[in-house]
Write a protein that binds this ligand. Sequence first.
Ligand code: EPS
Length: 405
Amino acid sequence: MPMPPNRLTYQTAGESHGPSLVSTILGVPAGLDIDTDTINRELARRQGGYGRGGRMKIETDTVEIITGVRLGKSIGSPITMLIKNRDSRLDDLERTPPMYRPRPGHADLAGSVKWLTTDCRETLERASARETAARVAACCIGRLLLKQVFDVEVFGFVRSILDARTAAVVEHARLDELRAARDESDTYTLDSETTELQRAIIRRAKSDKDTVGGDVECHVFGCPPGIGSSMNWYDKLDARIAYAVMGIQAFKAVQIGLGVQCSQRTGSQVHDPIHFDPSKINEPSLGFTRSSNNAGGTEGGMTNGQPIVVNGTMKPISTLLRGLPSIDLNTKQPEDSQYERSDVCAVSAASVVMENVVAMEVANAFLEKFGGDSVLETRGNYDSFLDIARTLPLDGDTPPDSVIA
Ligand code: EPS
């Protein structure tokens, strides 16, 4: 099937305990600096966070660029990246035995029926969150494009783990400070008090042989109004962000801006008043300001010039050391679910995944609007759009005098 023009598409491949993970990205304009340090830094952050299990002590995820890059820059051809698994043992039946007792909450049961086998391993190897290493690598290309071509910044962090929630306010002007605070925290939240509470929750879950989930949040700064589209449901940027976030392993909800709280307020309490500040006409907002951002930066499936704010909810990991009531798929008799090495909490890691998948969706929407075979052309298209948009109203937009009279 021919690919639509001006659209980044990506695919990951690889099993959790296979030899490697692979990412392929199509549609990257030529001339993008494929900064492997940034990609590897994101991969290292994905491996971190308090509450991770033994696997992360074995792996040191880094990408090897296989195709699409010359002298550090994209050349317009498909980019392929490889991440080697150190814990590669897919065909070793002693170290990687079949799994017949499905874990409630995991893909095990549904996958076993779908692929007609009682061995859940055939499903779990791909359903495992290990795949997100390849997804982070792929989506980080979108993040690089956003930063290098459009000067758009993406920031993700952990808002809460169980009931330990940071009240920190996120603002573009404080981005460096917020990033430093997050990188200080080993749960990737924004203050030391919440970090301690979250650590205590994870420690407690570990000693109870249980698991915990939480909420992650992502902010995108520097988008002009008009990215995405209201013309077709599948072009709506908020819908596409929600799709990408729900596609992350163990995510059960996604909200933009005020999200589910909208139903508890009236229209006058929800919608963000519009102002115009001529001193900000050269900023990406083009001078259109708001006194609140309940919309989370999107209206009608398009950016409105305010930061995009996305919240995602990750359920507790479904592999519990204590097991959960289940059955043996061969005997159909009650048995506790099988334990596989896993994490007590991976919300911190999930915040890195979410940050990058959101970046990819936004990058894609930019590229669809501005096109271009090289980043120079893309940037030129963007600049000329901003130049025209700043001159609004255009000739013919203002009503003729006869109408005003
Ligand atoms: C993960 C790798 C996995 C798990 C975890 C995340 O490795 P292993 O199964 O070898 O321990 O640690 O995956 C799951 C929580 C899951 O349910 O599959 C990773 O790389 O993020």
